[in-house]
Design a protein around this ligand. Structure first.
Ligand code: TRP
Length: 364
């Protein structure tokens, strides 16, 4: 069986370094591993509209931001198909058929949807499209016969629901769909990078994000004002590593050779942490080190972004060609689905012949 990746993001804002360590970096590695036959990366604008019905302009403006972030991180249109969800009408059609295989109660149990509903204060006024987006996500995944879906842990319930839909479909109509596997980030610190203020999640509304498109000066400013251990006041005070955002970021970003380059007094991160815990190591020194580590990672990304920013029509062309290719694949899957459901009436010569036969007999 072919190994196929599908994943994507809602275009509701620029991508930040949490997205980068949590998913983008891994995608690029997977892309370059040569282990996959096909890679589809989707800008999920239709899904973004399920809770932004009043604000289509936000979604529209952010498509290019996400595309620029993808390309600048090293997703390569020659190796990965980058496309826009709404340009693939087959996805909507698949969703419509899958809706019959899922109960309202099952959707209500989806923990990610539950917490999103609470977060958005939808309460009694949940848009139907939002409520059913796990079904549309199953369409996204199965349309491309994805075997592997690299996503964050918050997406686990979606993949589980997709697997249920696939099993149900295949048992009712015969094997037409592929059951996907989730691929979670491997580094614990990357599962969910906290915001620069130490809060559980980076989010635009909290203003605690470091964006991939931030300038060198922005990044430095954000790092130097990051949340650390509030009880580590004097340099000589013993400090805490746990819950200390600077160290969480170092866990996520620091490479083995960084000490030699930027902080040769220490051999590795454990030594640095030990000194911090003992006392005698100031936050500023650790922050400066983190800044060097981050800048090293972000500088080439920023440079590539500039190149693509200078050629926006070309970026749209990449998305257009990607969407055309994605549609061909999705159309093929949809044809298979309709064949399995036997709703491909005009191609079903057996059906037409049988009906003709039935009425011929009635005449005589
Ligand atoms: N739900 C994902 C997010 O919020 C985006 C998404 C839509 C997706 N369809 C998908 C991810 C299919 C993986 C597979 O980021």
């Amino acid at each position: 069986m072919k190994k196929i990746i599908l994943t994507g993001d809602r275009p509701t804002g620029k991508l930040h370094i949490g997205h980068y360590v949590g998913s983008l970096k891994r995608r690029v590695e997977l892309q370059n591993s040569g282990e996959f036959d096909e890679i589809f990366i989707m800008i999920a604008d239709a899904q973004a509209l399920t809770d932004n019905a009043d604000n289509p302009e936000k979604v529209r403006q952010n498509i290019i931001e996400v595309a620029l972030d993808y390309l600048s991180c090293g997703l390569d249109p020659a190796k990965s198909t980058l496309f826009i969800q709404s340009q693939i009408p087959e996805l909507t059609e698949l969703s419509f058929y899958y809706m019959n295989l899922v109960t309202v109660a099952r959707l209500q149990r989806n923990p990610t949807v539950k917490s999103e509903i609470a977060m958005r204060n939808f309460e009694a006024s949940i848009p139907v499209g939002f409520f059913t987006y796990p079904i549309s996500q199953a369409a996204d995944i199965t349309a491309f016969k994805a075997t592997t879906v690299p996503v964050g842990e918050d997406q686990e319930p979606m993949i589980e629901q997709t697997r249920e839909i696939v099993r149900k479909f295949n048992s009712v109509y015969g094997d037409a769909l592929v059951e996907p596997e989730i691929l979670l980030p491997d580094n614990q610190a990357c599962l969910r990078l906290p915001g620069t203020d130490g809060k559980a999640k980076m989010s635009k509304s909290l203003g605690n994000c470091i964006y991939l498109s931030d300038t060198e000066a922005d990044v430095k400013k954000k790092v130097m004002s990051m949340y650390t251990d509030p009880n580590h006041i004097q340099v000589s005070d013993p400090g805490q590593i746990e819950g200390n955002t600077v160290f969480t970021y170092l866990d996520a970003f620091c490479k083995a050779d960084a000490f030699e380059k930027y902080l040769p007094d220490y051999k590795n991160l454990d030594e640095l942490k030990d000194h911090y815990k003992r006392g005698g190591l100031g936050d500023v020194k650790v922050k400066k080190f983190l800044n060097s580590v981050l800048q090293e990672e972000l500088t080439p990304i920023r440079a590539r972004r500039k190149e693509y920013e200078a050629n926006i029509p070309f970026v749209y062309q990449i998305l257009k060609e990607g969407s055309e290719k994605a549609e061909r694949v999705a159309a093929d899957t949809l044809a298979g689905v309709k064949r399995a459901m036997k709703i491909n009436y005009f191609d079903d010569m057996e059906l037409i012949a049988a009906q003709a036969e039935k009425y011929k007999n009635q005449e005589s």
